[in-house]
Design a protein around this ligand. Structure first.
Ligand code: MTE
Ligand code: MO
Length: 313
């Protein structure tokens, strides 16, 4: 997809509006949300790259039940604050998240700039989306996110024809983060520009209508519901539109186990464990993992090269 500058209307993007989208299971009037929930998926309508891409019988018309706030904010991965699941909630309070600015630029931007987080939030539509969340470690939650569309923020930066990928860099401050050096530099993640412009992709600023807590990536973090959790870069300070595929932190850590695309796929196991099922945090037992984490209708078209396992690791 190439984005022509002429197609971009910043006035529209900047219009202050609050879009309230299905905050609970009982609200089924918004088509996008129905799709995002995986509800009412008509098998005939699914353009399935794999024949298995249909909502499972148990998923059909089954509303998502959000994981309790207490769980979402105390069971975390944020290695800069320690590698234990309860380290971030204990150690991250020292991270100052206000004021906060995000540098947006790269060779793919015709209008690079530094944006105050308050301006980004104030000028964008805050949306509410309840998404499945699937960590590559085979555990999952359901998270009611508040956030803005990443595409809205990218449009501020006037993407040009060099904007093929988006590179995210997160804060890396040894003064504020006890384990800041774990990856030998800041945590970096990336998306293709098509993935970044997909309406499911968010920059989250809150959970359960509360501002993000530090352990969840305050004040702004990426949300890409069809991908494994390590793609969800936390506490972002830089967003670059670039020509080359970014080298993401986990790929650099272990290229055999963690890829760039990292799309959720129950049929393609991690070298050390199965991805066919997941442990739902707070529930007993395991449940089947869905292709693209249940969002195949929305994103399968992004991956036409079906035989390429690259898309999964
Ligand atoms: N900067 C940074 N971002 C990060 C991580 C990290 O260690 N550092 N961990 C990732 C992983 S592996 C997951 S599963 C999610 C966890 O998000 P949560 O703790 O809000 O559930 O954050 C991702 N973003
Ligand atoms: Mo993860």
């Amino acid at each position: 997809m190439s984005i022509k500058s002429s197609a971009i209307t910043p006035e529209k993007v900047y219009k202050r509006r609050r879009v309230l989208m299905a905050a609970g299971a009982g609200v089924l009037g918004v088509p996008l949300i129905n799709k995002a929930y995986g509800l009412f998926q008509d098998k005939q309508e699914v353009e399935a790259p794999f024949p298995q891409v249909v909502s499972l019988p148990g998923e059909k018309n089954q509303p998502l039940i959000p994981t309790p706030y207490e769980t979402i904010t105390t069971y975390n991965n944020y290695y800069e604050f320690g590698v234990g699941k309860d380290d971030p909630s204990k150690a991250a309070k020292t991270l100052t998240t206000s004021p906060w600015s995000v540098d947006i630029g790269g060779e793919g931007s015709d209008k690079p700039g530094r944006y105050d987080i308050a301006d980004i939030k104030g000028e964008s539509a805050i949306e509410n989306h309840i998404y499945r969340f699937r960590c590559v470690e085979a555990w999952s939650m359901v998270i009611p996110w508040n956030g803005i569309k990443l595409s809205d923020v990218i449009k501020f930066a006037l993407p040009n024809s060099k904007a093929k990928y988006v590179r995210f860099t997160t804060i890396n401050d040894p003064q504020q983060m006890p384990n800041a050096g774990w990856a030998g530099g800041p945590y970096v993640e990336g998306l293709t520009i098509e993935e970044a412009m997909n309406p499911l992709t968010l920059l989250s600023t809150g959970i359960y209508d509360k501002p993000l807590e530090q352990q969840n990536g305050a004040p702004i973090r990426l949300v890409v519901p069809w991908k494994y959790g390590f793609k969800y870069a936390k506490s972002i300070v830089k967003i670059e539109l670039v020509e080359k595929m970014p080298k993401n932190t986990w790929w650099l850590q272990n290229k055999r186990e963690y890829g760039f695309y990292a799309n959720v796929n129950p049929q393609f196991s991690h070298p050390r464990w199965t991805q066919a099922t997941e442990r739902v945090i707070g529930e007993l037992g395991r449940k089947p993992t869905l292709l693209y984490n249940g969002y195949a209708q929305e994103v399968a078209h992004l991956y036409p090269d079906l035989d390429n396992r690259l898309y999964f690791y």
